[in-house]
Design a protein around this ligand. Structure first.
Ligand code: ADP
Ligand code: MG
Length: 280
């Protein structure tokens, strides 16, 4: 794989704006753009007036470009300028998995298995390469098209490469999905993605978050203790295997959590109702 970082003045000679906005986050927005060859791409435009921001944006570009997996949104090139950095990646026109959840309140177990397996494959691959994503949530899982169940993981803006003797501590993205060790500023491992993955699985099946409380400190306490239940009515028809899968991910002690390798071998994913993608 080759890294291609071009000067910003080249941007308008290669891409034209469509005026169609795809989404946004903390440091900028993502627009649909068209190459002069007629292909559509997603352009993640980051405000990088500070050098540290630009370094981070280019780090995201390099990290994603050096990874190749069908369950990761691919990046192609970057434009770097004084004010902005633009990252060009494949356009996924199916929207966020989050939007699918909102439309349907919760997602049927047979479909959740299909999504969860793909997310797990992405996690397995990045963890094998010692990368922690740090922001696993349904907004960062994109659907390939509106009429299939193909999804890909994106947004490596907070991702971190674990190095030997690295003492990495909290830099979390979204508190609701963060593992206790992230909240409590303890050393991190790839396990923190697995906790968030468990929270997502719970959320997809039920439409609600596992941890509740009347204020944020109560919620944090429940998270630290790993205290949650399946009282939500949506769980009445959910298999024991699904609950066992979640129980093995939402474990306060990182060492007690399933790894992505173990999760892929879990009966729920291995013997689940449907292994197919698309419309089947
Ligand atoms: P941030 O770090 O700002 O959260 P993301 O990379 O998550 O940036 O992008 C923000 C949003 O833009 C996503 O949640 C999604 O809705 C949309 N988006 C990002 N990348 C793409 C893409 N390749 N195709 C379609 N939509 C995208
Ligand atoms: Mg995001």
């Amino acid at each position: 794989k080759r890294l291609t970082i071009l000067a910003m003045e080249n941007y308008t000679t290669v891409f034209e704006e469509t005026g169609y906005y795809l989404g946004s986050g903390a440091f900028g927005q993502v627009d649909l753009v068209k190459s002069f060859a007629g292909e559509y791409f997603a352009a993640k435009k980051l405000k990088t007036i500070l050098d540290t921001r630009r370094t981070k944006a280019l780090r995201e570009y390099k990290m994603v470009t050096l990874l190749t997996h069908p369950k990761l949104v691919q990046m192609h090139l970057a434009f770097s300028g004084k004010q902005n950095t633009i990252l060009i990646m494949d356009y996924l026109w199916g929207g966020e998995l989050f939007e699918r959840l909102v439309q349907e309140d919760y997602i049927k177990e047979v479909d959740v298995i299909v999504y969860v397996r793909q997310i797990c494959e992405a996690l397995h691959y990045i963890h094998f390469h010692n990368i922690i994503h740090m922001d696993i949530k349904p907004e960062n899982i994109l659907c390939d098209s509106p009429n299939t169940r193909l999804v890909k993981l994106t947004d490596f803006g907070l991702a971190h490469v674990l190095q030997e003797r690295d003492d990495l501590r909290a830099m979390y993205g979204t508190k609701e999905y963060a593992a206790p060790e992230v909240l409590n500023y303890e050393p991190l491992t790839t396990g923190c993605d697995m906790w968030s993955f468990g929270v997502i699985t719970y959320l997809l099946l039920s439409g609600v978050m596992p941890f509740t409380g009347s204020n944020s400190s109560e919620v944090s306490t429940a998270m630290t203790l790993g205290k949650f239940n399946y009282d939500e009515p949506a769980f009445n028809n959910i298999s024991h295997l699904a609950k066992d899968f979640i129980n093995n991910l939402i474990q306060p002690r990182p060492a007690c959590r399933m790894t992505a390798t173990k999760a892929l071998e879990h009966k729920w994913l291995k013997e689940g109702p449907s292994k197919g993608f698309g419309n089947n």
